[in-house]
Design a protein around this ligand. Structure first.
Ligand code: NAD
Length: 486
């Protein structure tokens, strides 16, 4: 039976909305939940509640805020099985993906708690022998807007560090995952006893997102914005934030390359390619979207990669935990992936594995013969489809990898570490992983992209730097003389 979630979480209370929207299970299109549809008035109320809670929250000692974050982590751990089920039902993810995400999220809150024990500034030398300090302090109310693909992980990444640092947050989850990316945080913060108003959750439908989104950027009480999502929406958010001179960190799309050199360990290469391309049906911002293989090993690699990927089972993840490839999130996404496959095949590419799209289910698909005139060469796919392209010299692989508007992550497989580091140095990406796929994350690392993949970094101290204000404060002790004329 569908769940009913007809309340937003504002100022520590559950607030009913006049309308709800449908939250569907992407595997079968059934109604998974009916969810509160927030509007601009509700967003304003949430911002006011966050502002009211701010002074007191920021005024707690660093250790008290850290302890709350640890309670949130424990509560997430206690709710692990519910969360995994919800990630499968609401998001269409494989059981193993749910277990990974549910295990990762508590660590984000623990890393945020640990951040509170770090220095909050520096003491600088002064010509005048002043005590001259760079000091960091929380900003106030921060908006967090998150996507649907790793909804709990990416929401946690967006809000844990700003909140631990003393900010209060208004969270707007994706309309595709309003529970696992939104309302579950409200339940957990409430259960953990986090003071009212520190976290507010305003879910809303696609129809209301633009107006609610504008309020969450333009309202004068909003001081910072954490956005994770697509490049087109990220551009709009960053432009509006810029117009209002708000600090904004946008984590956007990608078209990541995995470069496989002729000296690669073949087992490592095929497993990195398989995981990187097909984990969560390719719906990861840093999914491998181009595999570049040195020509000497191209045929051997392709054969072994196809054999490996052919074993991945497609189907409803809730029906069988062995169904690794679940549905794409919605019809629009499935349509886009189908169009990219058809365009590539029509222009001469060959599907050496898969190629079939049935409703929202897409078979793991490996394409050869992909050329720059095909949509799949340049556009983000966000589905289980990957081209394998041969290269001769490292410089050619680097040029193909960099031939993209995006620059999120990348991977290089080689037994020669110096060669790996040289290639990593030439790639125009925010992240690069040698002897691993492009898909990597840890709570405390600087996560983010170059070019159209984003501006700013989330994770650990980089999140804390983004969502705090650095101030210069001096203490004069008689060393600063003014010109006598004054
Ligand atoms: P999306 O841009 O459609 O939506 C992201 C969020 O923005 C959602 O909460 C959505 O409701 C909200 N939104 C949409 N229009 C808005 C508006 N006008 N104002 C304010 N908010 C608005 O992206 P998506 O489909 O949810 O996620 C998939 C995309 O996210 C992919 O492109 C993927 O690469 C990217 N992504 C990036 C990262 C990263 O860390 N770089 C991580 C995950 C996903």
């Amino acid at each position: 039976m569908a769940r009913t979630m007809d309340n937003l979480y504002i100022g520590g209370s559950w607030v009913a909305t006049s309308s709800k929207f449908a939250d569907l299970n992407p595997a079968d299109g059934s109604l998974w939940a009916e969810v509160a549809d927030g509007d601009v008035q509700m967003a304003r109320r949430a911002i006011d509640s966050a502002q009211s809670a701010f002074r007191q929250w920021a005024g707690l000692s660093y250790s008290e805020r850290a302890h709350y974050m640890l309670k949130v982590a424990d509560e997430f751990e206690r709710r692990r099985d519910d969360l995994v089920q919800a990630l499968q039902g609401e998001g269409g993810g494989w059981f193993g993906k749910g277990m990974f995400e549910a295990g990762y999220v508590p660590e984000v809150f623990r890393a945020a708690a640990a951040m509170n024990y770090n220095a909050i500034g520096e003491v600088m030398p002064s010509e005048h022998h002043k005590i001259s300090m760079a000091m960091r302090r929380p900003m106030g109310v921060v908006t967090v807007i998150s996507p649907w693909n790793f909804p709990t992980l990416l929401t946690a990444r967006g809000l844990a560090f700003p909140i631990a640092a003393g900010n209060c947050v208004v969270l707007k989850p994706s309309e595709e995952t309003p529970y696992t990316g939104g309302l579950i945080f409200a339940e957990i913060f409430e259960a953990a006893g986090v003071p009212a108003g520190v976290l507010n959750v305003v879910s809303c439908s696609r129809d209301n997102v633009s107006a609610v989104g504008d309020e969450l950027i333009e309202n004068p009480l909003i001081k910072g914005i954490s956005f994770t999502g697509s490049t087109p929406v990220g551009r709009i958010i960053a432009a509006k934030a810029g117009a209002h001179l708000k600090k904004c960190c946008v984590e956007l799309g990608g078209k990541d390359a995995l470069i496989i050199c002729e000296d690669a360990d073949m087992e490592r290469a095929t497993s990195a390619a398989n995981f990187g391309s097909f984990m969560h049906q390719g719906q990861i911002c840093m999914s491998v979207e181009k595999i570049l293989v040195q020509e000497q090993i191209y045929d051997d690699f392709l054969q072994a990669f196809v054999a490996r990927a052919a074993k991945l089972k497609v189907g409803d993840p809730l029906a069988d935990n062995g169904n690794v490839i679940g549905p794409l999130i919605n019809d629009k996404q499935a349509g886009k992936v189908k169009e990219q496959i058809e365009d590539a095949l029509a222009k001469g590419a060959k599907a050496v594995l898969g190629g079939k799209v049935e409703g929202r289910f897409v078979e793991p698909t490996i394409l050869t013969g992909v050329t720059p005139d095909m949509k799949i060469y340049a556009e983000e796919t966000f589905g289980p489809v990957v081209p394998v392209i041969p290269f001769r010299e490292d410089s050619e692989a680097i040029a193909i990898a960099n031939d993209s508007e995006y620059g999120l992550s990348s991977g290089v497989i080689t037994r020669n570490e110096a060669r790996g580091l040289a290639i990593a140095g030439a790639l125009e990406t925010g992240m690069c992983h040698i002897n691993c796929s492009s898909v990597n994350d840890e709570p405390h690392v600087p996560f983010g992209g170059s070019k159209s993949s984003g501006v700013g970094r989330h994770g650990g101290r980089w999140s804390t730097e983004t969502f705090t204000e650095t101030r210069w404060v001096t203490l004069e002790r008689g060393g600063r003389k003014y010109p006598p004329v004054f």
